[in-house]
Design a protein around this ligand. Structure first.
Ligand code: PMP
Length: 351
């Protein structure tokens, strides 16, 4: 604790991401994509003229926003970009959720949301998931200063269909509804087509998961012009050059290769379903997932011991330090070989 820290910083409990191991482990703990990005990304990085780095990047990130707009069937001025969706979320919390009434969010969701609330002095209220570990959309329509949830949700993996999000938006029109679609490409249904009808809907996405570019830090948001302008106002007060030139070039190259994108996500989905069946046979309850991870608990064995046993065998998964999730492991979907190693290790532990 330092006397130089402001009161908010003294109160802060920083978000701790999954461990980044130094030694070689099968790393299934931070929901990265096991496959490399589209080959065009490597080409774009190799061919990028270093001389261009002399100049500041385009403050409007026009080319990247145009590529995103084309890909998702929206207008360029309905697109915002940032350094990873974490930054986009941070800007959205500052722009829209500092209200007199508390922000609503599910009690089990992306653990960064409460961190932003504490950092930006936003009051919030959490709502329990329903009996099927699903986000309670009906309850989110209660009076509030805004709504945030991930769809599909993390770390539970369930996604609501677009029609259910549309029903929520019919009930909530006076404050912003932020839908975080970090995992939507692995079987979820995107709410982006609703932004034309609902000016209070902000959909946030990322290149980190289905585009295999977590190391680049590229995220984005789609919404009405008034929401995008709100984000721009906050962004310009911090850094009017959001995306570096090299990251923009790589992002555009990733979007250009639809074939690679489809092939990767289909492989991840197929591996997920195969892994799910194997875990089931090994005595796990596995929640249905529309993401690139599985949340599972063993009927008899303790999750902490399973986590330790896997780690001893060179496999890293996620065990959350929270009461509600203490029995569960979250397992990111790796390559087929990696998942075979996981299953072999679990067979040895469960034996
Ligand atoms: N939202 C959710 C639900 C996530 O799980 C993550 C990744 N941990 C993010 C947003 C942030 O992703 P990024 O900053 O890499 O775009």
């Amino acid at each position: 604790m330092s006397k130089f820290w402001s009161p908010e910083v003294r109160e802060l409990t920083p978000y701790v991401p999954g461990e980044q191991p130094r030694q070689r482990l099968v790393k299934l703990n931070t929901n990265e994509n096991p496959y490399p990005p589209a080959p065009g990304v490597e080409r774009a990085l190799r061919e990028f003229p270093a001389a261009h780095l002399r100049r500041y990047p385009d403050p409007e990130s026009w080319a990247l926003r145009e590529a995103l707009a084309r890909e998702h069937g929206v207008d360029v001025d309905q697109v915002f970009v940032g350094n990873g969706s974490d930054e986009v979320l941070a800007l959205a919390f500052q722009a829209f959720f500092r209200q007199s009434r508390p922000l609503l969010m599910p009690a089990i969701s992306y653990s960064f949301y409460p961190v932003y609330c504490r950092l930006y002095d936003i009051s919030y209220r959490t709502l329990a998931l329903d009996d099927h570990w699903q986000v309670p959309l009906d309850a989110l329509s209660a009076d509030s200063g805004g709504v945030v949830f991930a769809n599909p949700n993390a770390p539970t993996g369930h996604g609501h269909p677009r029609s259910a999000i549309a029903r929520l938006l019919e009930q909530v029109s006076e404050r912003v509804v932020l839908v975080d679609e970090a995992y939507v490409d692995f079987g979820g249904e995107s709410a982006v087509p609703l932004i034309d009808i609902h000016p209070n809907l902000l959909v946030v996405g990322t290149f980190s998961k289905s585009r295999s570019l977590a190391g680049l830090r590229l995220g984005y948001a789609f919404g009405s012009r008034e929401l995008i302008e709100g984000l721009e106002r906050v962004k310009d007060s911090f850094n009017s050059y959001p995306i570096d030139s090299l990251a923009s070039a790589a992002g555009i190259a990733a979007l250009a290769d639809r074939g690679h994108f489809e092939a990767c996500r289909e492989r991840v989905i197929a591996t997920r379903e195969r892994t799910r069946r194997r875990l089931d046979e090994l005595g796990f309850e596995v929640l249905p997932s529309q993401t690139n991870f599985l949340l599972a608990r063993h009927h008899d064995l303790d999750a902490g011991e399973l986590f330790g046993g896997l780690r001893e065998r060179g496999i890293l998964v996620r065990h959350f330090n929270s009461e509600a999730l203490r029995d569960f492991l979250r397992i990111s979907i790796g390559t087929d070989d990696e998942m075979d190693s996981l299953i072999e290790a679990l067979e040895a532990i469960c034996r």
